[in-house]
Design a protein around this ligand. Structure first.
Ligand code: ARG
Length: 570
């Protein structure tokens, strides 16, 4: 599609000496208020170059642009040149292309097949998969989808928390108080209850601590019985996690978690020792990071066992050697900022220059309206329960609305789960937010159901128009019928969609796509209310249906980048 900004820059370059094309491009704005034009060029920065007052410059530049047929009107207002695109040509250009591209609209190959690792979700085995995990899981999935859409070769990794001394405790607790049937029935709830009991009992009998440590050592040394139990806990937990992943439509290319690196660590411990970076400190081994204003990184404990940091270092090197990544992204809570700063710094000190391609993408906290969670006290809100409740409530709403209910179960699933996902991706990821049921399932607000509903409305218009009209619209249309204010606003937002996706990828910020989708949905609904679409005049109908087809494609592709379905009927 032609880039209007570039077109404007091309016209301006010969008229502005002393500013490069990129600098000019950076100055061009898209005013929020369309009364100021589709594009505006503020001239403040040019006063020095032209040695004239900005309004005078605006006038001169406005005249230079004025001749170009791309614009129907060019005005200079104070220090601004305001440019109004020729609406019919614009609509023709945009709508035709989007209609032709369909599901591929917005896709690009800017990534050129470069390898990007997206690590996300990464829950801990035998621990609840709770509402807090929604963040990494859903944000990560969307970042993966965006990179994939932009032509990168992506690898999705679930770095399971499946290693550590707590497994000694868990096995110890299971042997003492556990029951096989219960674990099979409700793996995480059962394992968690044994683990909690361990913490209560160890207060009374501290020798349990030694027992657990001895079990962990056996596990580390690969003793059959311990490994089998651990493997079983892992498998059962993963089954439970998978139920949630299935509901969300999420899959991974690798579940190599922390345990995968257990025998890959000695190499780094040795490298660190040989390089002199690692020093002994009260029996433990650390890397001092004072020069970087960071606390020391703990590499091995005094009993020789490795730590979370050590496993992340080993994982990063393994990924570089296995995938030769261009970028290695970690979608992990901001509470772990320090952890990531530390280990990435250690990797850099080891002389691996790709350390800077490891990017921690942090996010804030989610809390529930009904109060805080506490794993220890058993106050946990399981993500699975939240998703199920969203589906149930949506079913209720659909029944009350008495709408087309052919496929009520499937629709309720797409809309209910979509609502939770959309809500999750609505704010800047770094912001903390409070999960509120009223907000999530509102069909009128800036929500998932609202956007999906708009998509279904577009589909319904296409059905009503009929196959023949839709086909004719795909083949061509007279764009002079889609130049009204609301039609133009809608085309403009559709046109901006691909740039929005690129920006969301560069900033690792799916909320940019989410917000843009809300804008498109609102513009679509305004167009729908302002105008009759299925009019008698065949030419007019065809052009308007073409715009509906384009809007529908933009919304559908956007939803898919968020990891959401786009039902055709709601
Ligand atoms: N399992 C960890 C947790 O639940 C998150 C893992 C993050 N990824 C990593 N490479 N450290 O807190």
């Amino acid at each position: 599609m032609i880039s209007y900004k570039e077109k404007i820059a091309d016209i301006l370059v010969p008229n502005i000496e002393g500013l490069g094309r990129d600098e000019i491009l950076a100055i061009i704005e898209s005013p929020a208020d369309s009364k100021m034009g589709d594009y505006a060029f503020p001239c403040f920065k040019l006063a020095k170059i032209f040695k004239k007052a900005p309004p005078m410059i605006a006038k001169t530049l406005g005249e230079a642009i004025g001749d170009d047929p791309v614009f129907e009107k060019v005005e200079s207002v104070n220090a601004y040149v305001n440019m109004f695109i020729s609406k019919a040509e614009f609509a023709q250009e945009v709508v035709k292309e989007v209609v032709a591209k369909g599901d591929d609209f917005g896709r690009s190959n800017m990534g050129g097949g470069k390898k990007v690792i997206v690590e996300y979700s990464s829950p801990n085995i035998a621990k609840p998969f709770h509402i807090g995990h929604i963040r990494s899981t859903v944000i990560g999935n969307s970042i993966y989808k965006i990179y994939d859409f932009l032509g990168y070769d992506t690898v999705r990794i679930n770095h399971l928390g499946d290693y550590g001394t707590q497994f000694g405790k868990m096995i110890c607790a299971y042997r003492r108080w556990g029951n096989k049937e219960d674990v099979i029935k409700e793996p995480i709830k059962s394992l968690l209850s044994y683990y909690t009991k361990f913490h209560v009992e160890v207060e009374k009998d501290p020798s349990l601590e030694d027992e657990a440590r001895a079990i962990f050592t056996k596990l580390e040394h690969g003793e059959k019985e311990e490994v089998e139990l651990w493997q079983w806990f892992r498998d059962e937990s993963l089954k439970e996690f998978s139920r949630v992943y299935d509901m969300l439509g999420i899959t991974f290319d690798s579940y190599n978690g922390e345990s995968f690196y257990s025998d890959r660590m000695p190499r780094f411990v040795k490298e660190l020792k040989d390089s002199g970076l690692m020093v002994e400190d009260e029996g433990a081994h650390i890397v001092r990071l004072d020069d970087y204003n960071l606390p020391p990184a703990l590499i091995t404990k005094s009993d020789g066992s490795t730590l979370y940091i050590t496993r992340d270092i080993a994982a990063a090197v393994y990924r570089k050697e296995t995938y030769d990544f261009y970028k290695n992204l970690y979608i992990v809570a901001s509470q772990q900022n320090l952890h990531f700063q530390q280990w990435i710094q250690v990797v850099e000190l080891l002389g691996y220059d790709w350390a800077r391609d490891c990017v921690h993408i942090p996010f804030g906290l989610v809390s529930m309206e009904e109060g805080t969670m506490s794993t220890r006290e058993g106050r946990v809100i399981f993500l699975e329960d939240v998703l199920n409740r969203a589906v149930e409530q949506t079913k209720q709403i659909i029944r009350e609305k008495n709408v087309n209910t052919e496929n009520i179960d499937e629709t309720a699933k797409a809309v209910g789960i979509g609502a939770v996902v959309f809500n999750e991706l609505s704010n800047y990821r770094i912001k903390d937010y409070v999960f509120s049921w009223d907000k999530v399932l509102n069909f009128e607000g800036e929500t998932g159901p609202y956007v999906q509903y708009t998509h279904a409305r577009a589909c319904s218009i296409m059905r009503k128009a009929g196959e023949e009209v839709v086909q004719a619209a795909r083949e061509g249309f007279d764009s002079s019928y889609i130049t009204s204010g609301s039609a133009h606003e809608l085309s403009k937002l559709i046109y901006q969609m691909p740039d929005t996706i690129v920006e969301a990828g560069e900033k690792y910020e799916p909320s940019i796509v989410t917000r843009h989708l809300v804008d498109i949905a609102q513009a679509f609904n305004k167009f729908y209310h302002d105008e009759y679409i299925l009019v008698d005049n065949e030419d007019e109908k065809r052009a308007k249906v073409a715009l509906v087809i384009a809007a529908r494609a933009a919304i559908k592709n956007g939803l898919s980048l968020l990891g959401m379905k786009a039902p055709e009927k709601m």
